[in-house]
Design a protein around this ligand. Structure first.
Ligand code: TRP
Length: 362
């Protein structure tokens, strides 16, 4: 069995720049975990190979976003001295592991994976599902197990992937002997952070809907998006009572604000509960709430923006971070692949017993 180190692996598809949903759902937590000093190793992966499973005809899009995502990581505080940032396609061991894991998963099990199911619908794949896309949960299991990850901090949508990974780990270990580490999912504690809606109130943030606030966005663009956020459509006059359910501005406040923000920007209220009560009663206008939210979000995003600007001036350094990180990641994955091959008894040329056996036999 592998050692009992505490290891984190997580990552994102480079389909686009990362937004505040990624931030509250996972990035912020990663930095906290990194700073906790509790982990022996932290791997953060730019999942370009996975992104290609449904973008095979558009590799330029993925290529364009490698550096964007790397900059997003670095600007939120992922520290290359403490965490290894790497590019998935440059760790070929992951592909090799996936191929062996494919023997341990049935087609019907993949068809039942809720994330795969909903993505198939979303992309209108239905009868023309690319095999690579269909099997991406298996490749995700390879990503996680290659690093013997114990903790995988992700958003709620990734829970079925973790479940599938754990099944593969069990199956592998029971067929070939204890080799792989069973990972635990780590979800955000705050419910609003589990799935932050788009600024238009739609459940999903997506580039094509134009309803995301990106980490790299300018102060003015963020302000515009906050000021045009979806609220309660029936809250027409200030004195009308307002609804909190489905009110995006309040969902964002749930995700971003704390009592300190009230003391600083809106001292008439002690905390979010008081603000909510007033809104429900009537007499509190949307603009005032939005302005407060804007202050809160800008406070969070402005150091991120500043750090990004620094790194943007030194892209060569970012390139080196990715290149070195990918090398470190490859070494770790190669070690696991060796253990996997040994467990599967296909390590013929590293196993002295193999030649001896064959000599005996012939
Ligand atoms: N599926 C994740 C996403 O959609 C990216 C990802 C790939 C990942 N492999 C992973 C996340 C392994 C956590 C662990 O963004």
């Amino acid at each position: 069995m592998a050692d009992k180190k505490k290891i984190i692996l997580t990552g994102d598809r480079p389909n686009g720049r990362l937004h505040v949903g990624h931030y509250v759902g996972s990035l912020k937590r990663r930095v906290e975990l990194q700073e906790s000093g509790e982990f022996d190793q932290i791997f953060i992966m730019i999942a370009d190979a996975q992104a290609l499973t449904d973008n095979a005809d558009n590799p330029a899009k993925i290529r364009d976003n490698i550096m964007e995502v790397a900059l997003d990581y670095l600007s939120v505080g992922i520290d290359p001295e403490k965490s290894t940032i790497f590019v998935q396609s440059h760790v070929s061991e992951l592909t090799e592991l996936s191929f062996y894991y494919m023997n341990l998963v049935t087609v019907s099990r993949l068809q039942r994976n809720p994330t795969v199911k909903s993505e198939i619908q979303m992309r209108n794949f239905e009868t023309s599902i690319p095999v690579g896309f269909f099997t991406y949960p298996i490749s995700q299991a390879a990503d996680i197990t290659a690093f013997q990850a114990t903790i995988v901090p992700v958003g709620e949508d990734q829970a079925p992937m973790l479940e599938q990974t754990r099944e593969i780990v069990h199956k592998f270990n029971s067929v070939y002997g204890e080799t792989l580490t069973e990972p635990q999912i780590l979800l955000p504690e705050n419910a609003a952070c589990l799935r932050l809606p788009g600024t238009d109130g739609k459940a999903k943030m997506s580039k094509s809907l134009g309803n995301c606030i990106y980490l790299s966005e300018s102060e003015e663009d963020v302000r515009k998006k906050v000021m045009s956020m979806y609220t309660d459509p029936d809250h027409i006059r200030i004195q009308d009572p307002g609804k909190l359910e489905g009110n995006t501005v309040f969902t964002y406040l749930d995700a971003f604000s704390n009592d300190g923000h009230f003391a600083e920007y809106l001292p008439e209220y002690a905390n979010l509960d008081e603000l909510k009560e007033h809104y429900k009663r009537g007499g509190l206008g949307d603009v005032k709430v939005k302005k407060f939210l804007n202050s809160v979000i800008q406070e969070e995003l402005s150091p991120i923006r500043a750090k990004r600007a620094e790194y943007e001036k030194n892209i060569e350094r970012v390139y080196e971070i990715l290149k070195n990180g990918s090398r470190t990641a490859k070494e770790k994955a190669a070690q696991t692949l060796c253990e996997v091959k040994h467990a599967m008894k296909i390590d013929y040329f590293d196993d002295a017993a193999f030649l001896a056996e064959q000599k005996e036999k012939f």
